[in-house]
Design a protein around this ligand. Structure first.
Ligand code: GTP
Ligand code: MG
Length: 194
């Protein structure tokens, strides 16, 4: 997809701040520091519209991006960062629940996992959580640039099996470094953007 326009609408901490515009929405979830913001930036070809960081836990708000005046990408805060207090974890849980249980224009979700590793318990819980809302999940196996071609298949199989992915869901190897998988990711998203 050619992206002519991409802007941040709001960094929200509560529901009353969410955009009211009735356009399709795609949410991005994943472990803290896995590469969610990098994925958005690569897809929309902006270096740093979504803030990225080598420090985990950078994105702590629900960030809505409006793309081509057509749909929203929503960057939700990551999970699984060890140095987070119990209170912060509870706040995170409330934010997620408020978001996922109320967004009627949410069409599909993208779950970003690190292709190098077996999905964490947090990844497994997030996949199940998204399926509990009956949402299609596009699994993006990112940092593919770190895995040799010969090992790809095995790593993808491990992810599919560990998450117990449903047949309707897709997995796409991806790299924000090389742009590998970018077109496949767009293709997987198209059906949900109209
Ligand atoms: P939080 O907002 O903190 O939850 O992180 P995030 O999931 O948005 O991750 P972010 O995009 O900020 O990326 C985290 C780190 O991983 C940065 O140092 C990125 O440069 C790096 N990174 C992201 N994607 C890739 C990739 O495909 N390949 C490689 N090699 N590094 C990547
Ligand atoms: Mg981020």
């Amino acid at each position: 997809m050619k992206v002519n326009q991409a802007e941040i609408v709001i960094s929200a901490v509560s529901q009353k701040q969410y955009p009211k515009e009735p356009i399709p929405e795609i949410a991005l979830a994943g472990r803290s520091n896995v590469g969610k913001s990098s994925f958005i930036n690569k897809l929309i070809q902006r270096k740093s519209l979504a803030r990225t960081s080598s420090k985990p836990g950078k994105t702590q708000t629900i960030n809505f991006y409006r793309i081509n005046d057509k749909f929203h990408f929503v960057d939700v805060p990551g999970y699984g960062y060890a140095k987070v207090s119990k209170k912060e974890r509870e706040k995170w849980g409330q934010m997620m629940e408020e978001y996922f249980s109320t967004r009627e224009f949410l069409r599909a979700t993208v779950l970003i996992v690190d292709m190098r590793h077996k999905p964490s318990e947090g990844d497994q819980m997030m996949y199940d959580y998204l399926k509990h809302f009956d949402l299609p999940v596009i699994v993006i196996a990112t940092k593919a640039d770190k895995i040799s071609k010969g090992k790809r298949h095995k790593h993808l199989q491990t992810i599919i099996q560990t998450l117990q992915m449903e047949d309707e869901d897709t997995i796409i190897p991806f790299s924000a470094e090389t742009a590998e998988g970018k077109e496949y990711a767009w293709r997987a998203l198209y059906p949900y953007l109209d």
